[in-house]
Design a protein around this ligand. Structure first.
Ligand code: 5GP
Length: 191
């Protein structure tokens, strides 16, 4: 009998470095399928449709919501993001592990539907550090930074719904910890 794949969910406050950690984690490994999300946000320079995201307008996105095509979806700072349901379920059923990198609202929805997943909360070392990261990445206005920092305090309270917390102080350390979690979960006898 084929073993069912394991669903790994990496999530955490905006600006904590989820994307960077995900990229570093996946470098040189092909034993985990990464779900490509749909989004209504416009592509950034260098982003490719179908590789970074499936970019679409709001109407198309909401039609997919109605059709039940998303495992979860959320409004993240005025843009809609969603995880394609069939991609995730098909790979898991085929015995392949799947990784989602999504916001906290989305992770909590996935937890409701698939509590057997492995939920990893990526935390900033401190609020001050998060403020610094948000300023340094240069993607956000002052107003948006303030909004994200205020949300972070609420979001940190959701940590108790997760299985693991990894502090993203140095990317290499965070990646090693997540690698250890993946290895341990694959050795688990009882889910
Ligand atoms: P960005 O626009 O910077 O790529 O991502 C913004 C936020 O949306 C990040 O926190 C990212 O984790 C989250 N995100 C990306 N894809 C999804 C998704 O499919 N669902 C949810 N709920 N959040 C997502």
């Amino acid at each position: 009998m084929t073993r069912k794949g394991i669903l790994f969910v990496i999530s955490g406050p905006s600006g904590v470095g989820k994307g960077t950690v995900r990229e570093a984690l996946l470098e040189g490994r092909d034993d985990i399928q990464v779900s490509i999300s749909a989004t209504t946000r416009p592509p950034r320079k260098g982003e490719v449709d179908g590789v970074d995201y499936f970019f679409m307008d709001r109407e198309t996105f909401l039609k997919k919501v109605e059709e039940g095509l998303f495992l979860e979806w959320a409004n993240v700072y005025s843009n809609l993001y969603g995880t394609p349901r069939d991609f995730v379920l098909n790979h898991l059923n085929n015995g392949q592990d799947v990784l989602l990198e999504i916001d906290i609202q989305g992770a909590l929805q996935v937890k409701e539907k698939m509590p057997e997943g492995v939920f990893i909360f990526l935390s900033p070392p401190s609020i001050e550090d998060l403020a610094k990261r948000l300023c340094q990445r240069g993607k956000d206005s002052q107003k948006s930074i303030e909004e994200r920092l205020a949300a972070c305090e609420q979001e940190m309270q959701q940590m108790c719904h997760y299985d693991y917390v990894v502090i993203n102080d140095r990317v290499e350390d965070a990646v090693s910890k997540i690698e250890a979690i993946i290895a341990a979960e694959r050795c688990r006898i009882h889910q």
